[in-house]
Design a protein around this ligand. Structure first.
Ligand code: DAH
Length: 335
């Protein structure tokens, strides 16, 4: 037996261990659960009792030798692998990680949020699936209004629809907060439109709402003028054209002077010198009453603008569809 132990030790010392795989093979062969050491311990049980003490010591010493070889080789291999990493060429130019960017709609949305935040507006959000009350009825939209038509609105079931504008968020905020209220509500809206360069079935709006004591049309006008100048440049002017919305009275269409041709007339403003960017007005008292706001005490203004429209003007984009094509050549220009 003693001879056999010596043989095992010599064999183990001569094993060629040069990488993780041969190291593992060594471990399995000598120290594994079905390995040589295991066999030796099995045989140990058979030897006569008088020899047990001295043999036991020899066996233990063999086990130590085998384990030491394993640990030393292991350490050696680990060290050489760090040595290898020292040979990396640190002057080699790195591989470029492709970098994403924000979508232009989001860039402009964030810019609009920033501009209004500077005059005290905070962001409010509402659901994209709306009920009839918030999307139409509370906004004073009559039963027979064309916007309620199936042809214009995506209905999910009776009285439940994809919101057609961000105005329902006004209602949700007025129902739950007491004035003064000063919010903008950026978000996605849906309309049953045929997709073209100028229309899409999904797009984005930013709604604004200010309710307080003594809010006047002059406040609305000044707020919009401030926004237009911050967004498009200090030379830009605004124009309010009388219009009609069920939820505002009086109502107006908001135009900005064409900053591309400086009011001289070009393709973008179709020769008029002005481009429309949204609607606005004084919140109709009927709407305030629907939200249980005291119309004797409070007045307010509201406005709604299309984010796509503003983004197209800012970046000179003439086809709405490009925002949703996910063409990397287009999107890359904004990163
Ligand atoms: N909700 C209108 C639309 O989608 C836009 C709008 C007009 C919003 C006037 C307003 C407003 O808050 O006062 O066409």
């Amino acid at each position: 037996m003693q001879e056999r132990l010596e043989l095992i030790a010599t064999e183990a010392k001569n094993e060629l261990i040069q990488d993780a795989a041969t190291l593992e093979a060594y471990r399995i062969k000598y120290l594994g659960t079905k390995g040589i050491m295991k066999e030796v311990f099995e045989d140990f049980k058979q030897i006569p009792n008088e020899e047990k003490k001295s043999m036991g010591q020899l066996i233990n010493s063999l086990k130590n030798t085998l384990e030491t070889i394993y640990l030393e080789k292991k350490e050696e291999l680990e060290n050489t692998s760090t040595e290898q990493s020292d040979t990396i060429d640190y002057t080699k130019p790195g591989a470029r990680v492709p970098r994403g960017g924000r979508h232009p709609i989001h860039i402009i949305k964030n810019e609009m949020i920033d501009i209004f935040a500077r005059i005290g507006f905070t962001v409010a959000e509402g659901p994209e699936i709306e009920d009839d009350w918030h999307n139409f009825t509370a906004l004073n939209t009559p039963e027979d209004h064309p916007a309620r038509d199936m042809q214009d609105t995506f209905y999910i079931k009776e009285n439940v629809m994809l919101r057609t504008h961000t105005s329902p968020v006004q209602i949700r905020v007025m129902e739950t907060q007491t004035p003064p209220i000063r919010i903008i509500t950026p978000g996605r809206v849906y309309r049953n439109e045929t997709i073209s360069a100028r229309a899409h079935c999904t797009f984005h709006q930013v709604e604004g709402l200010y309710i307080n004591e003594n809010v006047s049309f002059a406040d609305l006008k000044q707020t919009l003028l401030y926004f237009a100048k911050e967004m498009f440049g200090q030379n830009v002017d605004i124009r309010l054209r009388p219009s009609y919305f069920p939820f505002t009275e009086p109502s107006a269409e908001l135009d900005i002077s064409c900053f591309i041709c400086d009011k001289k007339g070009c393709a973008v403003c179709k020769g008029s010198g002005w481009v429309e960017i949204g609607g606005c007005g004084m919140v109709d008292p009927a709407v305030l009453e629907n939200c249980k706001i005291d119309t004797e005490k409070y007045t307010g203004f509201a406005f709604g603008m299309g984010i796509e429209r503003i983004t197209m003007l800012k970046y000179g984009i003439n086809d709405l569809r490009i925002f949703y094509d996910n063409d990397i050549r287009f999107l890359k220009q904004f990163s």
